[in-house]
Design a protein around this ligand. Structure first.
Ligand code: R5P
Length: 301
C-alpha cells in the first residue's frame, strides 16, 4: 500500500492525493519546543515499514521551517523502514538562486536539493521549477510537472485570437510549451533586473499583439512587478486583454493591486502553495487530479 505523509503547508492537498492514490495518510504529531525547535513523530511507524511513502509538502510560506520540516519527515519515514520515498514538493523555495550571479554568493537551490536528497528522498516530484537544471543537484529520479497548459486549455474558448507571451527570455520555454500543446503563437519580452536593487525594466520586443488576447505566462508571481510591467507594455502596444497564467502565486505585499493598476484582466494560478488569496482578480485551478495521476503512474512503475 502507498502511504502519504503530509507537511503542515499542504495537508488538505495531501488528503486529496490520498483519494487519487488510494493511499493511507499517516498521522503525524507536531510540537514546537519552548526554544523554538521543532519536533515531529510519525504516529503509526509500523504502517510505513516496507512501503512506498510519498512525503507531501510545499515550501511556501515559512520557507526555512517548511524545508526543515520536510527533511525531518523524510528522515522519519526512512528510519521507520520505508522501501521508497518520493518527495512531492510543488513549490521549491530558493530555486531562483540557481547560480552564482555575483561573486561570493551561494547556489542556494543546490543546498535545498542536497538537503532533500541526503535526508533520504529517492525521488523528487515538483511543479514548474524555476530552472530545470537545478534538479541535477538532486540527482536521479526527478520529475518537473508542467500544468499551466491545462490552465490555459480550460479558458481557451473564452479568448480572442490568443497569443502566449513570456515576460522575459527565461520564461520563453513556457510560452513555447503552450504553443506545442495548444498551438498558440508565442513570443517573449526582454526583461532586465538590476542584481543589486532587484528593480526590473522591460524592453518591448516588436510583437504584433494589437487586438489580441494575451496569455502572459510565468512560473512565479512574487511582487507582481514583472507581470505589471509586461501588462502595461502589451496594453500600450494595443493588446486587447491580458490574462496571466502562473504556477506559483506568492503575491507579496501589494502585488494584486499592482497588477490591477497595470490593467491585468485575470490571474489564474495553480494551487501549489500553502496560502490562498481571496480577490476577484485571482482564480485558483486545482492541480491535484493531474498530480494524483502522475504520482499513481510513478508508484506503479
Ligand atoms: C524570475 O525570473 C521569475 O521567473 C519571475 O519572473 C519573478 O520571480 C517574478 O517576480 P516579481 O513578481 O517580483 O516581478
Amino acid at each position: 500500500m502507498v502511504v502519504v505523509v503530509a507537511g503542515n503547508n499542504y495537508v488538505e492537498e495531501a488528503k486529496q492525493l490520498c483519494k487519487y492514490l488510494d493511499a493511507r495518510l499517516v498521522n503525524v504529531k507536531y510540537r514546537v519546543f519552548p526554544d523554538g525547535e521543532r519536533y515531529l513523530r510519525l504516529m503509526e511507524p509500523n504502517t510505513v515499514s516496507g512501503e512506498t511513502v510519498i512525503v507531501v509538502n510545499t515550501l511556501y510560506p515559512n520557507q526555512v521551517d517548511s524545508l526543515f520540516e520536510t527533511t525531518m519527515l523524510i528522515n522519519a519515514a526512512r528510519r521507520a523502514g520505508a522501501s521508497k520515498i518520493i518527495a512531492y514538493i510543488p513549490y521549491i523555495a530558493y530555486s531562483r538562486q540557481d547560480k552564482v550571479f555575483l561573486p561570493g554568493e551561494p547556489v542556494t537551490a543546490e543546498v535545498v536539493m542536497k538537503l532533500l536528497r541526503h535526508s533520504g528522498a529517492d525521488c523528487l516530484v515538483t511543479v514548474d521549477i524555476h530552472s530545470i537544471h537545478v534538479l541535477e543537484f538532486f540527482g536521479e529520479c526527478c520529475k518537473n510537472l508542467l500544468v499551466f497548459d491545462r490552465i490555459v486549455e480550460s479558458i481557451i474558448d473564452e479568448l480572442y485570437n490568443p497569443i502566449a507571451i513570456a515576460p522575459d527570455v527565461g520564461a520563453l520555454h513556457r510560452a513555447r510549451y503552450i504553443h506545442e500543446k495548444l498551438g498558440l503563437e508565442y513570443d517573449h519580452l526582454t526583461k532586465k533586473r538590476d542584481r543589486e536593487t532587484g528593480e526590473v525594466s522591460l524592453e518591448p520586443k516588436e510583437l504584433d499583439v494589437r487586438d489580441r488576447d494575451i496569455v502572459l505566462v510565468d512560473d512565479i508571481i512574487s511582487t507582481g512587478g514583472t507581470i505589471a510591467k509586461a501588462s502595461e507594455t502589451l496594453l500600450k502596444q494595443g493588446a486587447r486583454r491580458v490574462v496571466v497564467v502562473a504556477s506559483h502565486g506568492l503575491l507579496i505585499g501589494n502585488a494584486v493591486e499592482k497588477m490591477k493598476k497595470a490593467g491585468v484582466y485575470r490571474v489564474l494560478l495553480a494551487n501549489t502553495l500553502g496560502i490562498r488569496f481571496s480577490d476577484p482578480l485571482i482564480e485558483y485551478v486545482d492541480i491535484t487530479p493531474i498530480i494524483g495521476r502522475e504520482l499513481r503512474d510513478m508508484v506503479i512503475e
